[in-house]
Write a protein that binds this ligand. Sequence first.
Ligand SMILES: [Zn+2]
Length: 339
Amino acid sequence: MSSLRRNGGHRAAALLCAILLALSACSRDAAFERQAPDVSVPETPPVTLPHEGSELAFAEAYPDPESVTADAAAALDDWCTALADRLHSVSKADCASGFELTGHESVHGRPITVRPVPASEQTPRGRVLLIGGTHGDELTSVSLVFQWLSWLEAAGSAYHWRIIPAMNPDGLFARPARRVNANGVDLNRNLPTPGWETASRDYWRDTGRSERRFPGDAAASEPETRWLVDEIEHYRPDVIVTLHAPYGVLDYDGEPAPPPRLGPLELNRLGVFPGSLGNYGARYLDIPVVTVELTHATRMPAADQARAMWRDLTRWLDSSIAPHVRQAQRRRDERASGG
Ligand SMILES: [Zn+2]
């Protein structure tokens, strides 16, 4: 594909790509591939629940970025190079600083990376976990996270953020990109929701045993899922925002009032699925989950639309999440004082 481009065959390449895109077999950014090591499926560790009312300070829970070792720096540099190669809208400079290794890896040993952005105010209004690329073929869900990150860095925020642009790096870097992880598991059906053993089998049967929606052999069987369970347990987010495509709607699970819309995306609940993040976060752990379903998986929203989504999201944090966090804190304080 790159040699075609270098030889000036843009139109032929674009036409071929358009045809293949229609067959869901070509991704706009298919420009990266690397040799994957043998796949081995690790043992499933026991899943633990977050500690009620855990109040770890941001800095206590996570190491200082200054302490990044040379090995980690090299791994992050490789990751940034690969990502910039894969996605036209992400430059290496976009992830040149501030990203950290989570210590978790994909099935093929690719790092799951995180960008912590501490609140710029003395008293943070809450903690946000922002996740892109759960499904590897939804490329816009990765790119938009980087766009929002750049705005977040520029403006600062009253919230702590932890940002994971690519939860499923093996799916993202596969050629063509794949929804599922390297074990063929849909990571948004693999979380350990109550009754998963039965509900996931029923759900998968109802999909006609779709290869794109296999929930896995066991709940949290996948390393990427175990990273997410661990992340939620340690970070204790007050809200989770997860990006997907291409249904073009805003989905929401949780107790506080939902955002009525994010830019062009209107609230339209898609239902609850066994092993999904909306189910796991909101119904199991009481953490509201905003699911942003972008309109296209490989074409970025217009700049004004992306901006409007970000504006509506940050306004909703103030109108709905911040009061919810304050209320929860009051309840904890009352319990602690025996009131
Ligand atoms: Zn998705």
